[in-house]
Design a protein around this ligand. Sequence first.
Ligand code: FAD
Length: 416
Amino acid sequence: MRVVVVGAGIIGVCTAWYLCEHGFEVVVLERRDDVARETSAGNAGVIAPGYVTPWAAPGMPGKILSYLMSREAPVRFRPTVDRRQWRWVARWLRECRLERYRVNRLRMQRLAFYSRDELHELRTALGIDYHQSSGYLQLFRSERDLAMAGPARALLEEQAIPHRVLDADGCRAQEPALSADTPLAGGLYLPDDESGDCLEFARALRRAAEACGVDFRFGRQVGEILVEGGRAAGVRIGDGERIGAAAVVVAAGPESDRLLRPAGIDLPIYPVKGYSATVPLHEGAAAPAQALMDEAYKTAITPLGDRIRVSGTAEVGDADLKPRVAALRTLLKVGRDWFPDAGRWDEASLWTGARPMLPDGPPVLGATPVPSLFLNLGHGSTGWAMACGSGRVVADVVAGKQPAIDLDGLTLARYR
Ligand SMILES: Cc1cc2nc3c(=O)[nH]c(=O)nc-3n(C[C@H](O)[C@H](O)[C@H](O)COP(=O)(O)OP(=O)(O)OC[C@H]3O[C@@H](n4cnc5c(N)ncnc54)[C@H](O)[C@@H]3O)c2cc1C
């Protein structure tokens, strides 16, 4: 039985792998020339199930307003005339209430913890090395930032997620390479969270999937999902080629909504732009041992083998992926602040991507009202952390098997 997967980002590649494991004939259609060429290419690489959190959070609207005048703001909102943007914002504002935040966060964590377990199983089974490192250290430059993390810390306590609150000396003991010149009030360390290179993983899993029999077809822009006799029957490529299938899984990232609308599925997915800078390390330099997050700038710093990646910034309302110089300058400043001598900062490779963001936070997985049409999309800022779990869940649903986690709040039902 043939299943077509649209999109070969990390979500599509993981979905294809698990579908193949279930014994399906799998065809992956991707408009670019390789896997993980778009949002999955240059992300921060953080896998932090203990700390996955929706953007729709109490206090966020006020924070964004306070950032409006700052050039270094980690979050920017640019109003446009795009109706999709306002629809997204209206729902996002409703989801910022504390009770909604808690519900959404728990839904995301349920998937992220499962996903981490699946990732570990897969990397052991396939022997995949993707520059993984253990631990996640959040840095707070000021007492105010430290105090603002109080509610998140309370949730960690409540959920019994292992973590340690550190003072400045404790942070430096945990991460000895940190510069002593940058102000530091304290930190929060999550020993069970981790990081790794999403692109390397996607490439390795593509090779394993091909060996399993998955047929990756690149340079294929899917123009239409074919619905025949009331069910998904395949797709049509932009040039008119028809590819028939018994089931179609849409994993097309931020642009999935365009494909789905003609099939009667109208999801408020919206691209939220972000950046990363990847720099080679000086030989023998003291580099970070684990992923870090500078909370003041909402900027992640991740070790990736002989490179460091600095990433962050969220821009709502900027449709094109042109880099904004001020944002990249801020990333490099944060990297230099903490690790001035580690990286060859002048040789940074710069990258821009668009998070496929739903307003409440969790992705949408599984079946749709159109028989044989399935979704795996809307993973926002935590798609790498949720990729293996999401791929496994969707493959299970396609195969008619009971997924290992409860899908309540992770399906299309919450948008209907
Ligand atoms: C700055 C930044 C930092 C991030 N940091 C993290 C992090 O630390 N941890 C984390 O978990 N997540 C992080 N993310 C989020 C993560 O990168 C995304 O959630 C994830 O990559 C989404 O994967 P995807 O496969 O859904 O989308 P994509 O990687 O965008 O893949 C979708 C694919 O579909 C293809 N496609 C689209 N339309 C069509 C079509 N019509 N026909 C054929 N192909 C099509 C595209 O070419 C693309 O290859 C970050 C994102 C950004 C921008």
